[in-house]
Design a protein around this ligand. Structure first.
Ligand code: LMR
Length: 396
């Protein structure tokens, strides 16, 4: 049966990791996949996670199934982190959460939910967006289109273009927004711009789908939630896909969540019951361990404080690398100014490097960058910075 098939091309991001692993060059540098690395280039398990896991190992008494939405205590912690404990949405019983296998799992369940419950809706994606977004929604059978977002010439948010684009979207459609640390550009709206976007979307009757994969890696846990909370304040119904891959370093535990916010508890009950049907027919019910780790850390003040320090260290290192990269490039070449990186947030930036330069970096220097020119700043270290910047200066 299979000899008639054509092989699929490698994944734009994860395919790069496969190629990187095979590269025998000891000086190779991976600025591809969005994984945090420390100053030694490693992705260690957080100390807070290690301690929570030790407690869990000791106390766990069963491996029986959790329910379709996962552990209820985990859902409470997720909502407290998203909205802030005691938020009116929580107190009013207007939000419910399903633990999903990572943020991607949350997006897929959201896609299935939109496909079955809002069959007329199109999902609008920022231009550009995460390379996997169109594929996830295509797999769910939902049509996607794009709205203006990034002004590549000025390396800035095209706010006017974005607002004009949003005004054209028909009521009842879904608009995907990156909650913070926009992937791939690192360019986010300001708090005032978020308010304007939220007000417009509420007026226009558009459903926000917030992809929130990097909370805490931009300016801080609370600061990074400003966009999401602007939609809450505007009175929008919401679908929120969040991930703990990056901020807890729990990549391979596949721990994320899909949270629904409805206008009333009754509407929430209707929406969430259908969402559970989507989960049941997909992966039935979620894995437990990663959610239990997050629940353990956020339920223990000492572990929470330790985790917040570890998160701040990751954030500070990334922002430090942004500055060091811009400074080192300035010292090496005047062909291109990279100071724009210091105003961006999260792991990513659109470097402005073209396809040929990306190819030359890979073939001549074993430096791996996504084909679009997206770089993962967290892959930079003080030790590899000089080699990296010399190579980029050489291909410019
Ligand atoms: C990325 O964009 O590199 C990350 O979100 C990891 C992934 O799954 O692509």
């Amino acid at each position: 049966m299979f000899d008639r098939l054509n092989a699929a091309p490698p994944d734009a991001i994860l395919g790069l990791t496969e190629a990187f692993k095979k590269d025998p060059n000891p000086a190779k540098i991976n600025l591809g996949v969005g994984v945090y690395r420390d100053e030694k280039g490693a992705t260690p398990i957080l100390e807070s996670v290690k301690r929570a896991e030790a407690k869990l190992l000791d106390q766990e008494s069963t491996k029986t199934y959790v329910g379709i939405p996962g552990d209820a205590a985990y859902g409470v912690k997720v909502r407290d982190m998203l909205f802030g404990a005691g938020h009116e949405i929580i107190a009013g019983g207007r939000a419910a959460t399903a633990h999903t296998p990572g943020g991607t799992g949350a997006l897929r369940v959201a896609g299935d939910f939109i496909h079955t419950m809002l069959p007329e809706a199109t999902i609008w994606l920022s231009s550009p967006t995460w390379a996997n977004h169109p594929a996830v929604f295509k797999a769910a059978g939902v049509e996607t289109r794009t709205y203006p977002y990034y002004d590549a010439a000025n390396k800035a948010l095209d706010f006017d273009g974005m607002m004009a684009g949003l005004r054209e979207i028909p009521a009842g459609d879904v608009v995907l927004l990156h909650g913070c640390c926009h992937n791939p550009t690192g360019v986010d709206p300001s708090p005032a711009q978020w308010n304007a976007i939220a007000t417009l979307m509420k007026e226009r009757g558009l459903l926000p789908l917030i992809d929130f994969a990097y909370q805490g890696l931009g300016d801080g846990l609370e600061e990074d939630a400003a966009g999401l909370r602007a939609f809450c304040a505007a009175g929008c119904e919401l679908l929120i896909c969040n991930s703990f891959s990056k901020n807890f370093g729990l990549y391979n535990e596949r721990v994320g969540a899909l949270t629904v916010v409805a206008a009333t508890p009754e509407d929430l009950g209707k929406a969430f019951s259908n969402l559970k049907v989507c989960v049941r027919s997909n992966y039935s019910n979620p894995p437990f361990h990663g959610g239990a780790v997050v629940n353990e850390i956020l339920g223990d003040p000492e572990l929470t404080a330790l985790w917040q320090r570890e998160l701040a260290a990751m954030r500070d290192r990334i922002n430090g690398m942004r500055r060091l990269f811009a400074d080192t490039m300035r010292a090496k070449t005047d062909k291109m100014d990279f100071s724009f990186l210091t105003g961006e947030r999260g792991m990513f930036s659109m470097s402005g490097l073209g396809k040929d330069q990306v190819k030359a970096l890979r073939e001549q220097y074993s430096i791996y960058i996504v084909g679009s020119g997206r770089i993962n700043v967290a892959g930079m270290t003080e030790a590899n910075m000089d080699v990296l910047c010399s190579a980029i200066a050489a291909v410019l």
